[in-house]
Design a protein around this ligand. Structure first.
Ligand SMILES: Nc1ncnc2c1ncn2[C@@H]1O[C@H](COP(=O)(O)OP(=O)(O)OP(=O)(O)O)[C@@H](O)[C@H]1O
Length: 632
């Protein structure tokens, strides 16, 4: 009627407001692409499941045949259609044997169902985890700065495992149980529609209860998982900074933080379990009531010859076994609700988009030795924050540029623009004359090596740590790079030389040794642009000297951007810029700036620890880009 009225007045039917996809749908959307590769196993699993359901349905029939045959033999007047066996030893043995065969075949079918789905589950989980990990690595630094590492690890490891466990131990049985329930209801309707209605009513009440409970269960489970993520973050941060924790005596403070997060997580976990347990118990009561109704009603139906005693056995057995799936359904519903909470957390991660999208027609960087240009660049790290204000700067290929300035001035931010870790909010960064946003990010990054104050080494062999600079490098190149970085001698003194596996974060090496390995990696990379971000800060004078020599080798003939507080290093570069409050306030050749007592560089050298302006020899040639190693 309403539709007709709408049509008559020519109004378009109002479209339903777009509702966000449910948690289960989002979870399935994450998993679906990984199912395609396992079609054979999935088909085998479903075939075995079909047999399992079939044998489950068949199980009570021999009992019915025996009871009906015995009832007839005892004089009962049974008029129901269907197979009628003569009561006797042959019938009893035949039916007993049938039960054994059915149980055996069902056991085989159940076994193959479980194995097939378990295999699919573990393979899909491994694929999903690998895809999520790959995706997370591609997200921007802005995402990683905001996201908690512990929580991300929890999603990658714990949540994916929970999803896998629930899919194989709850999702698949749930499917089998649902099919069994439908088939059983069909058979019960055929036997006696009136009694079968009891099953329909029971199932409907269960569906209502389950639907009402699964939302709160999922919500509580999601909170519990988030709490576990926070716990993992606290644990990871504390264990990673054990030296500081012990030195400052923070064990008790951190333990008490950990304890309170732990208790909160426990609380939400208990809420989820309580809701699930309550759903299960309500289902128990529901089944009890259904059995009572069927028993009383069925007895009456036997007496008025509507069904046979065997039929009542089928009813009661189906109610018991058919309602077991229903009971399992309650258990599985809560498990699935909890897994859906995990699935949503994985989906959140997978759906997180990088805020540095690559243009569909992005090109690789063509120039082997590109210039870098900042054209009126404004940039910041988050909405509404501006760190750099209108930077105009051209760095010629082969030039050594030092960036000086107070802490927080935006020096590292400037360098991160070159690697396209962030994009300018306005203005353009060009490399090799092309806007970075038009270039393939991986190609741009392959032209850059970066060395930080705390270089990151991975828990693998020394050789592989250097090889991360160029994955296809042969062993000879790795050793040559180590010699140039002055790392070869100490590497050979390690227990297994180049094959020594470094401990967690290479804490078994000194700061200088770690830095030399990182320099060897950068030398191996042969990138034309080197960014040194306080690469010698925090080293003792002896280590610093040898690192400076190694850096000399690394930067020779390449473009270098040296972010430093080291006066001597800045003095040796071709050009110095002074950055303050995100603006370039001074720029020039170091010697020119040194000759101007009003220059910030001059004043800073006067105040800075280390060599004074007057101590620095003036005979270093001014204009020799590419020939002087940038020393930091
Ligand atoms: N990942 C980030 N997320 C949010 N803000 C950031 C991030 N990195 C830097 N900032 C902020 O940007 C500003 C400039 O930081 P930047 O690291 O570029 O300065 P810097 O000159 O290199 O300082 P320092 O000499 O101490 O290393 C600071 O206010 C800092 O808090």
């Amino acid at each position: 009627m309403k539709a007709a009225r709408t049509r008559r007045f020519g109004r378009r039917p109002r479209r339903k407001a777009a509702t966000p996809p449910s948690g289960l749908r989002r979870t399935l959307r994450c998993v679906r692409p990984h199912l395609r590769g396992h079609r054979f196993l999935i088909t085998s699993g479903f075939t075995a499941l079909a047999f399992d359901v079939f044998f489950r349905l068949l199980e009570p029939w021999p009992v019915k045949l025996v009871i009906d045959a015995a009832s007839r033999a005892l004089g009962a007047d049974l008029h129901r259609p269907g197979p009628k066996l003569e009561a006797g030893l042959g019938t009893m043995l035949l039916c007993g044997g049938a039960i054994v065969v059915i149980s055996l075949l069902r056991a085989v079918a159940t076994y193959y169902t479980a194995i097939s789905f378990a295999l699919v589950g573990s393979r899909v989980a491994a694929d999903l985890r690998a895809r999520t990990f790959r995706h997370v690595q591609g997200l921007s630094m802005r995402h990683h700065t905001r996201a908690s590492t512990g929580d991300t690890v929890q999603r990658l490891v714990g949540d994916v495992s929970r999803l896998q466990e629930a899919a194989t131990t709850a999702g698949m049985p749930l499917l089998g149980n649902s099919v069994t329930l439908v088939a059983m209801t069909g058979i019960l309707f055929w036997l006696d529609p009136l009694l079968a209605l009891v099953v329909i009513v029971t199932t409907s009440v269960f569906a209502f209860l389950s639907r009402r409970s699964s939302g709160p269960i999922r919500k509580a489970a999601r909170m519990s998982r988030t709490g576990e993520g926070a716990l993992a973050t606290t644990a990871a941060q504390t264990l990673g900074a054990m030296r500081e924790v012990q030195a400052y005596g923070l064990e008790d403070t951190i333990s008490s933080n950990f304890r309170s997060t732990n208790s909160a997580t426990l609380g939400t976990g208990v809420v989820a379990l309580r809701l699930a347990a309550s759903l299960e118990r309500r289902t128990d009561v529901l089944i009890g009531v259904a059995i009572a109704v069927v028993l009383a009603g069925g007895g009456m139906r036997i007496l008025d010859h509507s069904i046979t005693p065997g039929d009542l056995i089928i009813f009661l057995t189906y109610l018991k076994t058919g309602m077991k799936p229903l009971k399992d359904l309650a258990k599985q519903t809560s498990r699935i609700a909890r897994a859906t909470a995990s699935g949503e957390r994985v989906a959140d991660l997978l759906e997180a988009q990088t805020d540095l999208p690559e243009a569909p027609d992005a090109r690789p960087l063509a120039s082997r030795n590109p210039d870098i240009e900042f054209d009126n660049v404004y940039a910041g790290h988050g909405e509404g924050t501006t760190v750099l204000h209108g930077i105009n700067l051209k760095i010629r290929a082969g030039e050594h540029l030092a960036i000086l300035g107070p802490s927080g001035a935006g020096k590292s931010t400037l360098a991160s623009l070159v690697l396209r870790m962030i994009d300018p909010t306005s203005g353009t960064v060009r490399v090799g004359g092309e806007d970075l946003r038009d270039l393939q990010t991986a190609s741009v990054r392959s032209h850059v090596s970066i060395l930080l104050q705390d270089s990151v080494l991975f828990g693998t062999t020394v050789r592989d740590n250097i090889r991360f600079g160029r994955l296809d490098a042969p062993d000879e190149d790795i050793e040559e790079a180590a010699v140039l970085a002055q790392a070869d001698a100490f590497i050979r003194n390690l227990p297994e030389g180049y094959d020594t596996v470094l401990g967690d974060a290479a804490k078994d090496l000194s700061g200088g040794q770690r830095q030399r390995l990182a320099i060897a990696r950068a030398i191996l990379r042969q990138a034309p642009i080197i960014i040194l971000d306080e690469a010698t800060a925090g080293l003792d004078p002896a280590s610093r000297e040898s690192i400076l020599d190694a850096l000399d080798v690394l930067t020779r003939g390449r473009t270098s951007i040296t972010i430093t507080h080291d006066a001597f290093a800045a003095r040796l570069c071709d050009r110095v810029i002074w950055l303050e409050d995100g603006r370039i306030l001074e720029e020039g050749k170091p010697l020119e700036l040194l000759r101007d007592p009003e220059s910030r560089f001059f004043k800073w050298l006067g105040e800075a620890p280390g060599p004074r302006a007057a101590d620095i020899p003036e005979d270093i040639p001014d204009d020799m880009p590419g020939s002087v190693g940038a020393r930091t």
